[in-house]
Design a protein. Structure first.
Lengths: 286, 322, 404
């Protein structure tokens, strides 16, 4: 039973990690807290849902579409909206993101109604057992694998490509990067696009595992926050550590204390981590 | 200088008389709506003390609102105490909580402070949902005020008005005193303020407590008016966001900015809800986006500088884009 | 410093604007009875809110088509004024205020969910205007002696009674029960009532646990169910939670002998979303489409179901039927009172004894309907009533996910 709880927690943590990767990237590079993050996950989920329902495209295949479409959307929003206030105080971008969140959620509500929908794939709840007590849900395991893959991809982009160097240069010194010829606005937009694309991927996986509705984003944004903070900003490993940590704590916490306490535990840890190690479990002390 | 002071006094006087005479309208809903606006004015102004003047972006101010509301509910319902006791107790309870939580959390800066306060509020919500004395997530009733309907609404309106006036007055006096300068110094450069001999820890914590105090008072009046509260709504992140949006929309770090923001946002969203049954939030979202892009310094900046028109908007964009 | 004069003048102008937004002109030729309703069009409760709106609209349309309401010999048309409460209790109570004092509605219809109903009912009580609601069943709504609130969902504590009664008739009768419930008012009342009943019947409650409203992850709870070897799982929550629970039970291959849920199985969405995984899940409801009652607005339940499906293209469930009953009770009470006086109508509502397509409606002194629930089960993609009487017999035990 303990082993099963451990596995539940790890697999859940993988999904949390994927949700948080995009938020962490955007936050780390541009200092924007994207509170609309959950709304983009919701959009990704609906892309998958519609592609599956209308065209019969397999949800895992639709990953390419949801990531692609959300990348374009993210690029556009950064370049033609957020960019106009990027030098104002951090609050302004925060409130702008809030406006974007309300807008997207309600657009989805008007367009698709508040109905709960579910992507109904034959393998949705496939599983295999190890012994009598341990059952592993296949889709969650695959999702976990994808998380690792996507994180590695991000790692590669940030560390091994020209774009990655531009992004890192911009995040360290905006004006300096500009002087050496980096197109800052373009780089920012690409970063935002990448972050939102990751949210799209999380949305696709979410849609395979859970029912979806236009109002699902808020709670996902909150979870992503917690993960980003616990893991700390500035490294690709952060969200993964944070996600797994949160997944495990929730799993064991709800086993020992009852599941209504899982939020209490999660947020208490968040506050404690912030007070003791403001840069996250991985980051050094101040 | 002299004429300016007189102008200010006359302006405030007119404002007070208008606000005081407002409940004479023969429509209880309008009074209730006025009470709600005043409540948000208090919340946004109280947020302004810590967020606008001190530069600490609290993302969890709703926790004080919730504590105020629940203190009132528990004292009145379980303790059988009158509102006259519960009201100040709600403010003091929230302020005390602000001091306890502020000492560790105010050491964090920027986004980290924002998220920590958010975490505190969420953790507190989860705690209240699980406690016995708060009757958990099911919510708790409060005794009802034994007056005619109209008098009930008058009572709540004037209580909220008094709270709002108190908040603005206290903020004004704070700005005149050395305390106010300490806060602004912290906002501009905390290290410099520290080396200039300001005890930043005390100043920050006091500002946080002040913010908590007034937010708690508003929560108290709210709870008594609603006569039934639940953890979800009184600790909602949405409420914190609303306070901040109002303060930013009106103009943060300005005395009347949050008041202005509260009035305009409430009126606009009421207007939209009246005309669009479902799509109102969609338009509201669009409005927030436009307002932020075009007037990031708050609407009050536009009003006081009498700068309307495209040139002002474009100038803002030029200033803040890259 | 600021320029307070300018600021305050602007504020004054804005206030003047508020006053200007008076009530919309309602210069109708026919005399009208206005029902006011602040209900969720947006936000978390908007999906279920729509079920009530559809019913309210359909009932009112039916009344107007069939001659309106007869008040002391004079014919009145009925009309509903809606506002969107954004699924927020503060907003909702403010809007009820608006309905009463600005739109001058005659009577009130309730919102959806117990948490929003309570603050609304307090406003109704302040103004002594009756409110009939079909969307809140928590005992807490009726616990304060509020004389102006009437509810047409049966008491939460008795919700699973029919299911527990059914357990005794099954062979072999299950012995151990797990009760899971969301931490909102209604579900807490359901769970506590069920626990008491189950213990009284000599059942072993091996797991009694609540989870947060809106929870998406049930893996921990399912793991516990498996390790405690609970034979019967009773879940009291909301549609999305029921969906998640079922999906994850399959993922983790947890299969007790019987799964019953309060909300979910009776809704068409639930069955469509889960497909064959929804098979054999039990539901409980105050009403089902297989019932047959002669009614006030529609000749009987079957005719109502047909008409409803033709109009809205989905199967009505107990939310819908409860909404129809709310409006029917108003028509009946207003005609009995022969007046639009809120006090007289309130007394007539309290004395209601009416046959509707929802069943016989009578209110307890606290304002809640006297009633019981029936057991439903999903078989072959449709929902059937299986207990105490029914068109099909219960399928038991549950066929495990992998053996289908």
């Amino acid at each position: 039973m303990l082993l099963q709880i451990l596995i539940n927690g790890l697999l859940k943590g993988g999904l949390y990690a994927l949700m948080a990767i995009g938020m962490s990237l955007i936050w780390g590079v541009m200092d924007i807290i994207n509170i609309a993050h959950g709304s983009f996950i919701m959009l990704g989920a609906f892309v998958t849902y519609w592609l599956f329902t209308l065209l019969g495209i397999d949800p895992f295949l639709s990953l390419f579409f949801s990531v692609g479409l959300l990348f374009i959307l993210g690029y556009g929003i950064q370049r033609y909206l957020i960019n106009y206030v990027i030098r104002a105080s951090a609050f302004i971008t925060l409130i702008l993101a809030f406006g974007i969140e309300i807008f997207i959620n309600n657009l989805a509500l008007v367009a698709w109604t508040a109905d709960v929908r579910k992507v109904e794939v034959a393998y949705g709840a496939a599983n295999f057992s190890i012994g009598h007590w341990v059952t592993i849900p296949t889709v969650r395991l695959v999702a976990f694998g994808l998380v690792i893959l996507i994180s590695l991809l991000f790692f590669f982009i940030l560390n091994r490509t020209h774009l990655g160097r531009s992004i890192r240069a911009t995040s360290q010194d905006l004006d300096g990067a500009r002087l050496v010829g980096v197109d800052v606005a373009h780089t920012y937009a690409l970063t935002f696009g990448l972050g939102i694309g990751a949210a799209g991927a999380a949305g696709t996986l979410w849609a395979i595992l859970f029912p979806i509705s236009p109002m699902m984003g808020g709670i996902l944004t909150l979870r992503s926050f917690v993960v980003v903070i616990i893991g700390g900003l500035g490294s690709m490993l952060g969200p993964i550590i944070g996600g797994l940590a949160l997944g495990l704590t929730e799993s064991f916490g709800s086993n020992w204390f009852g599941s209504t306490y899982s939020d209490l535990i999660g947020f208490t840890i968040l506050v404690l981590v912030l007070i003791i190690r403001p840069k996250g479990i991985l980051g050094g002390t101040d | 200088m002299k004429t300016k002071t007189i102008k200010i006094l006359v302006g405030c006087g007119i404002g007070l008389v208008l606000a005081g005479a407002f409940p004479l309208v023969d429509n209880n809903f309008v009074i209730r709506f006025g009470t709600d606006i005043l409540m948000f004015a208090v919340l946004a102004s109280a947020w302004n003390i810590i967020g606008g003047y001190t530069g600490y972006a609290s993302f969890g101010n709703v926790v004080f609102f919730g504590i105020g509301a629940y203190t009132t509910a528990i004292l009145m319902e379980k303790g059988g105490l009158p509102f006259a006791v519960a009201y100040p107790a709600a403010g003091l309870g929230a302020a005390l909580f602000a001091v306890i939580i502020g000492l560790p959390v105010l050491r964090l800066r920027g986004h980290y402070f924002a998220i920590a306060t958010l975490g505190v509020a969420e953790a507190m919500k989860a705690l209240v949902q699980n406690l016995e004395i708060t009757e958990g997530n099911a919510g708790i009733y409060l005794p009802m005020l034994d007056l005619s309907v109209r008098h009930q609404y008058w009572f709540f309106y004037y209580m909220m008005l008094a709270t709002a006036v108190l908040t603005l007055l206290a903020t004004h006096l704070m700005l005149k005193a050395k305390f106010g300068y300490s806060l602004i110094a912290i906002r501009e450069n905390e290290q410099a303020a520290d080396s200039a001999g300001i005890n930043t820890t005390v100043a920050k914590t006091a500002a946080f407590a002040m913010s908590g105090f007034f937010t708690g008072l508003a929560g108290s009046v709210y709870a008594y008016q609603q006569a039934f509260i639940q953890p979800g709504p009184v600790f909602s992140v949405g409420m914190t966001v609303k306070m901040i949006v109002m303060a930013v929309f009106g103009g943060m770090g300005r005395l009347f900015g949050p008041l202005f923001g509260a009035v305009s946002i409430e009126v606009i969203s009421e207007f939209l809800s009246d005309y669009f049954l479902v799509a109102h939030s969609l338009f509201f979202g669009a409005l927030v986006i436009l307002a932020i892009v075009f007037t990031p310094k708050g609407v009050i900046d536009m009003v006081t500088r009498r700068r309307f028109g495209i040139a002002y908007f474009l100038q803002n964009i030029r200033e803040h884009r890259i | 410093m600021e320029r307070p004069c300018g600021v305050i003048l602007t504020l004054a102008a804005v206030f003047a604007m508020i006053l200007f937004f008076g009530p919309p002109d309602t210069a109708a030729a026919d005399p009208t009875i206005n029902l006011g309703c602040a209900i969720s069009f947006t936000g978390g409760q908007s999906r279920t809110g729509k079920l009530y709106r559809d019913s309210y609209d359909m009932a009112v349309e039916q009344i107007n088509k069939t001659g309106g309401v007869n008040v002391g010999g004079k014919r009145y048309q009925m009309k509903i004024i809606y506002y969107d409460d954004k699924s927020d209790p503060t907003e909702s109570s403010k809007l009820v205020e608006k309905l009463i004092s600005e739109d001058k509605v005659n009577f009130l219809l309730g919102p959806y969910s117990s948490g929003i109903t309570i603050p609304d009912s307090i406003v109704a009580q302040r103004y002594r205007v009756p409110m009939i609601e079909g969307g809140g069943a928590s005992g807490k709504i009726f616990s304060r002696g509020n004389k102006y609130i009437f509810g047409t969902l049966p008491p939460a504590g008795q919700y699973f009674k029919s299911t527990l009664d059914m357990l005794e008739t099954l062979k072999p009768a299950p012995k151990s029960v797990a009760i899971l419930y969301s931490d909102d008012k209604f579900d807490v009342s359901v769970a506590e009532g069920t626990k008491k009943l189950a213990k009284g019947m000599g059942l072993d409650v091996v797991l009694f646990e609540k989870y947060s409203e809106g929870a998406t992850d049930f893996t921990s709870l399912l793991t516990k169910i498996k390790s405690k070897n609970a034979q019967v799982v009773l879940l009291s929550g909301h549609t999305e939670e029921s969906l998640n629970f079922t999906q994850q039970a399959k993922e983790l291959n947890v299969c007790p002998k019987l799964i019953a849920m309060t909300v979910g199985p009776s809704e068409a969405d639930f069955r469509h979303s889960l497909g064959k995984d929804a098979e054999y899940i039990y539901g409980v409801a105050s009403w089902s489409t297989q019932m047959n009652f002669k009614g006030l607005l529609f000749s009987d339940t079957q005719q109502f179901v047909q008409q409803f499906k033709a109009k809205f293209d989905y199967d009505p469930d107990y939310h819908n039927a409860s909404g129809i009953a709310d409006v029917a009770v108003y028509k009946n009470a207003i005609e009995k009172a022969g007046s639009l006086d809120p006090q007289k109508v309130r007394d007539a509502i309290a004395a209601t004894d009416l046959n509707t397509i929802y069943g016989r409606v009578q209110f307890s002194p606290n304002g809640q309907i006297k009633g019981t629930s029936v057991v439903l089960q999903i078989q072959g993609g449709e929902i059937y009533q299986v207990f105490p009487t029914g068109t099909k017999t219960p399928v038991y035990p549950f066929t495990c996910w992998t053996d289908r």
